[in-house]
Every structure is written in structure tokens, then in C-alpha cells.
Design a protein around this ligand. Structure first.
Ligand code: TRP
Length: 386
């Protein structure tokens, strides 16, 4: 019997996730070697670390999108962020991958900022808070390095005039029983959240709506977001839009390991992009690892990278190249490197990254506003030619 005690939905992630089983439960496809090979070929001979290391491990119709691309149909990218507070390094994964696709395939990128969603979701949060976090988070996202000429932002409470006609069409196709089953809504759930999935669908359809012809869409996202896009894909064809393709990542484990539930402080569970250097040091030093109880045991038996939150940081963001990543992994497993040393080496990567990031986010400030889609759509951003 598979252990299905974990939970993964857009509104709740808990338990020890069995990723292969999750793919089975969600009915998605695995990112296998032939698909990776095809993508590598089309991208000019290289794959990003997130795909090489299996962080992005599941998909829907990525192969279909690539074959359409080969036949001359350009696609666009779409991903998003619910602005409930400051962003941490793991929040950048989907955007790192999008940036790679944008660079390699020179395609448009659409970013959705769902300040409405987080306002509806978090009882103690004001609309002003989610809106101003939305702008702050947008700077962090743009700091990843999108080409401003090919990037636009749907900022829900600011872009709604443009989004609303498509949201209206979408909402009409989604019965309440569907969202209740998919998201586990309760009688007390506010109707904002009940409607919200329609808004998360809009960016997937909007370019096709605007162009009056099908424009393929690729959505890199955490696998927890898949339930939204199952709904999107189910209704797409009835509205005359293509089903978006998806590329799903695993969820990066928190720094506290399983300890969050036993009273850990949420702020200590991740490296926030605006943490002062001393905080970063402290959090990494206290992070949950796959190490042994004693030095002697660890030298003798080695440690377990797969359960380690520090290894997850190397894997998803901070290893400079495959050589470094493989060395860290094997020195951990063999016991040649102890956790303290590994943490020190990681910090040597994290600090310069955060300094650079802070500069790049300030460089984005002058133009960030200009990328936000207003109440009238304005010229379509670099849409694929018919
Ligand atoms: N619902 C997402 C969140 O809570 C935000 C989001 C909106 C998103 N559109 C998306 C995430 C598209 C991935 C892809 O963070």
C-alpha cells in the first residue's frame, strides 16, 4: 500500500511527499531522458541545473509544446507569485527556469501577482499589505533577469479591467462542485477564493484571446499549483483555447526540516532575500541536515543528502556547476565532509548571491511599474507572429 498521508494542494503542503506517487495521483507525466534530450537539442545544447538535477521532474504536454515550436509556433511563458510577505530563495525557482526559457527561446514572459488571492486567504492581512508586497515581490522576480521588452505583469487588483472579460468566460464554465472537490473548500470559505481559480487561469488564455488564434503556453510552477491548472486544462477547449503545458517542480524542503509543526518560527524556515547577513549565517548554522549524531559516526557511515535542507539549497540554487554539486553530494555521502564545513561553504555562495540580488532588484525599480498591464491592455508585448 502506498503511503498517501502527505497532502499537496495550492493551499496546503504537509507530510513526507512521495513525488512519484504524487505524479501518479495527479496523473502527470515524468520528465524522462528522451524529453530532456529533445529540450536540450532545441535549446542549443544545454539544460538548466533545475532540470539536470531532477528538481523539475513532472510535466503535462511539454513534448507537445516543443513539437509545435519545431513547426514554427512560438509559445509564451507564464508563472506567478502570491504576495503574502517577503520572498525567499526557493520562491525564485520557477522564475529561474522561466528566465532560462526566455533567454533560449526568446519568448514572452507573463508574471501574475495575486494580491487578491493572498488577501482572501490570510485572515489577518490587509489589502494594502498584499498590494505593497506585490510590488516588492515583483522587484525580486525581475531581479532574476527577464528581458523587459518581452515581459509583462498581471497584477490582479491593478490589471483586472484587462483580465475581467476572460475571467468572466472562464468562471461560467467552472461549477462550484469542481472547486469544492479540487481545493477542499469548506462552507465557511469566502467566495473570493471560490472565484479566484478563474483569475489564475486568465494569463494562460489571454494571449490567445488577444491574438484571436491559439498561442501555446508553458507554465513552470511548483507541483502544488497543478490543481488550478487541471481546472484550466479541463475547460480550455470548450472556450477555444489550447490547453497550457506545465512543468512541475518538487517543493524545496524548509530549513527546519519537520520541526515547523513543533513550534518552529516560520521566519527561520527559509533564507529570505532581504535577510541581513547575520541572520543568514544563523539560519544556515541551525539548519536541519542529514548528518549523524556524532562526528565519529558521520566519518564512518557518511550522511544522507536526500533528507538535508542544506543539500537542497546546493541542489536548487547555489552549486556553481555540476562538478561542485557532485563533489558536495559525494563528500557528504562518504563522510569526508561534515555538516559544519558544508554549511560554511554554502554560506560562501549565499552571501555574494544576496548582495548581487539586492543590486539587481534596485536596478529593476525604475521600470517595474511600466511592465504592469493596466485597465486597458495597451499594445501586445512581442506576441508571436501569426
Ligand atoms: N497561486 C500562486 C501562489 O500562491 C500564485 C500564482 C498565480 C502562480 N499564477 C501562477 C504560481 C502561475 C505559478 C504559476 O503563489
Amino acid at each position: 500500500m502506498p503511503d498517501d498521508s502527505f497532502v499537496v494542494t495550492p493551499y496546503e503542503v504537509k507530510g513526507a511527499i512521495d513525488y512519484d506517487r504524487l505524479r501518479e495521483l495527479f496523473g502527470t507525466q515524468s520528465v524522462d531522458d528522451p524529453l530532456k534530450e529533445r529540450l536540450r537539442e532545441l535549446a542549443g545544447g544545454e539544460l538548466p541545473p533545475l532540470l539536470r538535477r531532477g528538481v523539475y521532474y513532472s510535466h503535462r504536454d511539454l513534448g507537445v509544446l516543443l513539437e509545435q515550436y519545431v513547426r514554427g509556433q512560438r509559445f509564451f511563458l507564464y508563472s506567478g507569485r502570491g504576495p503574502s510577505g517577503p520572498m525567499h530563495t526557493a520562491h525564485l525557482l520557477a522564475f529561474d527556469l522561466c528566465r532560462w526559457f526566455q533567454e533560449r527561446f526568446r519568448v514572452p514572459m507573463y508574471i501574475q501577482i495575486t494580491d487578491d488571492e493572498k488577501f482572501w486567504l490570510r485572515p489577518g492581512t490587509t489589502r494594502e499589505e498584499t498590494r505593497s508586497w506585490g510590488l516588492e515581490n515583483l522587484l525580486d522576480i525581475l531581479a532574476v533577469g527577464f528581458d523587459p521588452a518581452r515581459t509583462r505583469v498581471y497584477f490582479d487588483t491593478r490589471s483586472i479591467g484587462t483580465m475581467y472579460p476572460v475571467a468572466v468566460d472562464v468562471a461560467k464554465r467552472i461549477p462550484y462542485s469542481t472547486v469544492k472537490a479540487v481545493f477542499g473548500f469548506k462552507p465557511a470559505t469566502n467566495i473570493g477564493l471560490v472565484f479566484y481559480t478563474a483569475l489564475q487561469t486568465v494569463p494562460a488564455f489571454y494571449p490567445s484571446y488577444r491574438a484571436g488564434r491559439p498561442v501555446p503556453c508553458l507554465i513552470p510552477c511548483g507541483i502544488d499549483q497543478d490543481p488550478h491548472f487541471r481546472v484550466t486544462r479541463d475547460i480550455a477547449e470548450s472556450l477555444g483555447y489550447p490547453k497550457p503545458s506545465l512543468l512541475h517542480s518538487q517543493i524545496v524542503p524548509g530549513l527546519l526540516g519537520g520541526k515547523m509543526s513543533s513550534g518552529g518560527n516560520e521566519k527561520d524556515n527559509a533564507l529570505f532575500l532581504n535577510d541581513p547577513p547575520k541572520e543568514i549565517d544563523r539560519k544556515v548554522r541551525n539548519a536541519f541536515t542529514g548528518g549523524r549524531a556524532t562526528v565519529e559516526e558521520q566519518r564512518r557511515l557518511g550522511a544522507t543528502p536526500e533528507v538535508c535542507s542544506v543539500w537542497a539549497l546546493w541542489r536548487t540554487k547555489f552549486a556553481r556547476d555540476d562538478t561542485e554539486f557532485e563533489r558536495v553530494t559525494s563528500d557528504c555521502r562518504s563522510g569526508a565532509m561534515l555538516c559544519g564545513e558544508c554549511k560554511g561553504k554554502l554560506l560562501e555562495r549565499v552571501h555574494p548571491f544576496l548582495e548581487e540580488h539586492a543590486k539587481r532588484r534596485e536596478a529593476a525599480r525604475p521600470y517595474a511599474e511600466s511592465l504592469i498591464v493596466g485597465d486597458t491592455p495597451g499594445p501586445a508585448p512581442d506576441l508571436p507572429e501569426p
